[in-house]
Design a protein around this ligand. Sequence first.
Ligand code: CA
Ligand code: CA
Ligand code: CA
Ligand code: CA
Length: 586
Amino acid sequence: MPPTVRPALALATTAVLAVSGWGAAPAQAAADVSITAFGAVAGDGLDDLPAIRAAVAEAQRRGSDVRVPAGHFHHDGLVELAGVVLRGTGERSELTALSTELQAVALSGTGTGVRDVRLTTVPTTQRSSTDVSARVFVRPGTDGYEVRGVTIEGATSAGVIAFGDDGVIEDNHVSGTLADGIHITEGSTGIRIRDNVVRDTGDDQIAVVSYEKFGEWARDIEIVGNDVSGGHARGITVSGGEDVLVERNRISRTGGAGIFVASEGSYRTYPVRGLRVLRNQISHDSQDPALPEKGGIRLQATNTDPSIVDAHFERNVIRHSGDSGVLVVGSAVTEATFERNQVVRPAAYGIRVVSTVAGALSFRRNSVASSGLAPFSDASSADVVSDMPNDPAAADGGPGESYVADRFTPVVDGVAEDAWQASSPLQLSVEPNGTTGVARVAWDEQRVHVLVEMVDATPSSHAANEHSDSVEMWLDELNTRNGARTTGDSQLRVGRDGALSSVVQGLVGSTDVRRAVTETPSGYTVEVSVPWAELEPTAGTVVGFNASANDDSDDDGQRDTYLSWVDKNLPYWADTRVYGQLTLTD
Ligand SMILES: [Ca+2]
Ligand SMILES: [Ca+2]
Ligand SMILES: [Ca+2]
Ligand SMILES: [Ca+2]
């Protein structure tokens, strides 16, 4: 097929070179190499990967682009692009991945790109977490890349997962992925994510995540002018990163937070430093009652200390949040300013700072209209400056009450003997569907015992982990309040069917767990006992603890709500500092 539109494409390429920092381009590019010249056949449903690979090799030799003409092609395995641009004619140039595991168009090297193609996949519902099962995978070390004008429909993991530097991800349409829409990670530097449309993703819609395990932060990231809607989790996430701009994005109908800013204890991500969040439009965030990480704009300081510094939020508009418009949680230092933001009709607070928050926060000239609870609530002892009246009525647990775990050794039979009454009742939250529960803790020299009496009228036990009816115990034996879990910290989940699971790898298999579950007229009762791992307990010892529970109320194998003793907004799953305190008594 002749390269009839060469001049326009050459112009566009020049623009890309200017922003992505590529080196000198040839004044006149060699003619594109079409995949059909190497044997790719459109519309026959058969694998074209050998032809694509041959065309890529030829384009690499010539220094030209690879062309995908209009037509429906297939690839059974990874399409590896190193130093070449794969270019189609738009949505009519379709590439379908036949493998759900080796699904990616993978970019590496320098000056690599994928443009103006439609990437589809065979149907899959089983999410994978591998990079090669993303639909576009920018490999570590890639330098100067573009993903532009690409339509991505479905992916086993993310739509785009990108390592590497100096990238442009622009004008793409990403939908129906099982993991994030667009995910930037490792020490990615100089990435422009602009004017993308993201719909109905299985996880976050656009995320920048800097894991400590990679040893470096994402830096110099722009997320501007994107339109994201229908994400299962958060709209836009910045979990560890430096010099990040989030501006003029439209975010709507998210299961969790609209914009989520964190150093996450559960995933061990770096701090956020140098963040500007400006003029974004957020509506109908926090729609999924089963998801804990909510809020129109949520700040969650739960790993490094400080977690969030030099963060500025200005002129954002947050409408119809399913939770609070601005929600600040966690217990590591947060330093942030909020100016001229508008919150309209949040279900809970306009702006809420929970009791455990530390650091310095400034709120000026923000407005809140028609909040379900108070316009402004600060229950913390952080250095908070605000020009709105404070209504700290929110009961976050917090100091003031004392709770005891009494000494006795129960029979682990799922029946609450009278001796349990000497331990404080720890009231779990009461959910709108009526599900609730009460936990109690007891101890002896060898073991810690937990009783949870659940009110849950909808038995469901056929899914894994938190998606079945289940109770959870979170324990900080040494009460080190480290934030991220460390020595002496554990978590254990007991299903209504007695199944054991844990977010801490190895705990279930390596620990002598005794448990019994009985059905009751209104729900079920769990009695569980585990050996102390670190503590040599005596009367008067204080331990950190939380009890939580999960409810699948329509028996579809997906959690519908969750309950907790400490306030549900406190990120107990990521931060041991928000646990309650139990005194062991004799
Ligand atoms: Ca074919
Ligand atoms: Ca018992
Ligand atoms: Ca249930
Ligand atoms: Ca369900």
